[in-house]
Design a protein around this ligand. Structure first.
Ligand SMILES: *Cc1c(COP(=O)(O)O)cnc(C)c1O
Length: 397
C-alpha cells in the first residue's frame, strides 16, 4: 500500500504545529513561528485565548451536543446577537464555510421557488477567481476549473462573470437569473476588495429585478476587515450572507444569515444539520463575539492594519524587484509580488519562521490574529524585510 492514512489531498509542508500561544505556533521540536496565517483567517483571537478556551471547556463539561429536534437556548442567543449586529433577521448555523454557502445557495433558490416567486429564476451569477468552498455546489459556483477536475458533472445553475465588473454581471443576466453571489473581498483569489460601485451596482440590479444578493463573507467577515462584516465598510447590504472561519475562532462553526424576505422559502423541514448550531459551537461563537464585537476592538484592528500598511509602503520601494503593491482591508492584506508567490512564502516560513498564505494572482496573504500588538507588527516587518533581503528571486524559465 502506498496511500497514506491521511488521504493525500494536501501537499503538506514540514511545519508540524503541536502547540499555539497567542500569535505563535510551536512545532514538534519546539520551533517557533510567528503566525500571520491564523489557520487561514480562522484563529482571530490567536491560540489559547483564555476567554475562548475557558468558554469551550465549561460548555463541553455542561452540554456538548444535542439534536436540533430540541429547543436551543444556546442557538437562540447567538442568532439574536448576530441579528442585532447585522442586516439579518434570521440565522442558520453550519459547521463550515462551504455549508454556510450551500445554505445561502438553497435560500436564494428557495426564495424564487416559494409563493410569490418566479421558479425559473434558478441561476446564481458568481465571479471569476471566486472561492466558495469544496462541496459539489460550491466548486460548481466557482469558475476555477482546477477545482472541477475529476469531479464532473458540475451542478447546474451557476454563471460566471468578471469580478468587479458590473457590465460583465449585467451581460450574464437572463430570465433564469436568481441573483448574485460574491465575496466583497476575494480571499483565495488574491485579496482583491471589490469596489463600492460594483457592490452597489449589484445591489441596484438585485432590487430592480427582484434578485437575491448573496455575500460570501466566510473569510473577510467577523472583524477581519476592521468592521464586524466587510459589507458595512461598503454601505451595501446583502439579502443573504455566509459567515464561518473566524466565527468560532478555531472551533468549527458557520452561519447563513438572511433577511426575513430572503428566507421566505426556508420553512420547516427545508434544511437541516445534525451538528449545526450545537451548544459547543454556539458557546465558541459567543466567546468570539464577546471579544470582537465592540468599537474599541474594531478600532484596534484598523489601527494595526494602518501600521502594517504604512510599514509595507516603506518596505516595498527597497525591494521593487520582488514586491509590487499592497492591497486589502483591515487585517486581510495582500502583497502582490512581481514573481511567483509560493517560493517566497516557503522561504519566509522555512528560513525566517514567518507563516503567511499564498493566494491567487501571486499574492502573499497576510492574515494575522486580530489580537496582534505593535510588537508583533514590528517582528513581522523585520522578518519580512530580512526575508526579502536574503531571497533570490527564481529565474523565470
Ligand atoms: C474558506 C472559504 C470558504 C469555505 O469554507 P470551509 O470552512 O473551508 O468550507 C468559502 N468561502 C470563502 C470566501 C472562503 O474563504
Amino acid at each position: 500500500m502506498t496511500i497514506t492514512p491521511l488521504m493525500p489531498v494536501y501537499p503538506r509542508c514540514d511545519v508540524r504545529p503541536v502547540r499555539g500561544e497567542g500569535c505563535y505556533l510551536y512545532g514538534e521540536d519546539g520551533e517557533k513561528y510567528l503566525d500571520f496565517a491564523s489557520g487561514i483567517a480562522v484563529n482571530l483571537l490567536g491560540h489559547g485565548h483564555p476567554h475562548l478556551t475557558k468558554t469551550i471547556q465549561d460548555q463541553a463539561a455542561t452540554l456538548m451536543h444535542v439534536s436540533n429536534m430540541y429547543g436551543s437556548p444556546q442557538g437562540e442567543k447567538l442568532a439574536q446577537r448576530l441579528v442585532d449586529s447585522t442586516f439579518a433577521d434570521t440565522v442558520f448555523f453550519t459547521n463550515s464555510g462551504a455549508e454556510a454557502v450551500e445554505c445561502a445557495i438553497k435560500t436564494a433558490r428557495a426564495y424564487h421557488q416559494s409563493e410569490g416567486g418566479d421558479p425559473q429564476k434558478q441561476a446564481l451569477i458568481t465571479f471569476n477567481n471566486a472561492f466558495h468552498g469544496r462541496t459539489m455546489a460550491t466548486i460548481s459556483a466557482s469558475s476555477q476549473t482546477k477545482m472541477h477536475k475529476g469531479f464532473s458533472p458540475m451542478l447546474a445553475g451557476f454563471k460566471y462573470a468578471e469580478f468587479d465588473d458590473l457590465e460583465s454581471a449585467k451581460a450574464a443576466m437572463g430570465p433564469d437569473t436568481a441573483g448574485f453571489m460574491v465575496e466583497p473581498i476575494q480571499g483565495e483569489g488574491g485579496v482583491r476588495p471589490a469596489s463600492k460601485e460594483f457592490l452597489q451596482g449589484l445591489r441596484d440590479l438585485a432590487d430592480e429585478n427582484d434578485l437575491m444578493l448573496v455575500f460570501d463573507e466566510v473569510q473577510c467577515g467577523m472583524a477581519r476587515s476592521g468592521r464586524l462584516f466587510a459589507y458595512e465598510e461598503y454601505g451595501v447590504e446583502p439579502d443573504i450572507m455566509a459567515s464561518a472561519k473566524g466565527l468560532g475562532g478555531g472551533f468549527p462553526v458557520g452561519a447563513c444569515l438572511a433577511t426575513e424576505k430572503a428566507a421566505r422559502g426556508m420553512g420547516f423541514g427545508s434544511h437541516g444539520s445534525t451538528y449545526g448550531g450545537g451548544p459547543l459551537a454556539m458557546a465558541a461563537g459567543e466567546a468570539v463575539l464577546d471579544v470582537v464585537n465592540n468599537e474599541e476592538f474594531l478600532e484596534h484592528v484598523r489601527q494595526m492594519s494602518d501600521r502594517i500598511r504604512s510599514a509595507l509602503e516603506q518596505l516595498i520601494p527597497n525591494h521593487d524587484g520582488l514586491f509590487d503593491h499592497v492591497r486589502g482591508m483591515g487585517l486581510m492584506l495582500g502583497i502582490k509580488l512581481k514573481s511567483e508567490v509560493r517560493p517566497f512564502m516557503v522561504h519566509l516560513r522555512d528560513n525566517h519562521g514567518l507563516l503567511t498564505v499564498a493566494a491567487g494572482d501571486n499574492t502573499l496573504r497576510i492574515l494575522p490574529p486580530l489580537i496582534i500588538e505593535e510588537e508583533h507588527v514590528n517582528e513581522f516587518i523585520e522578518k519580512l524585510s530580512a526575508g526579502a533581503r536574503d531571497y533570490e528571486i527564481p529565474e523565470v524559465s
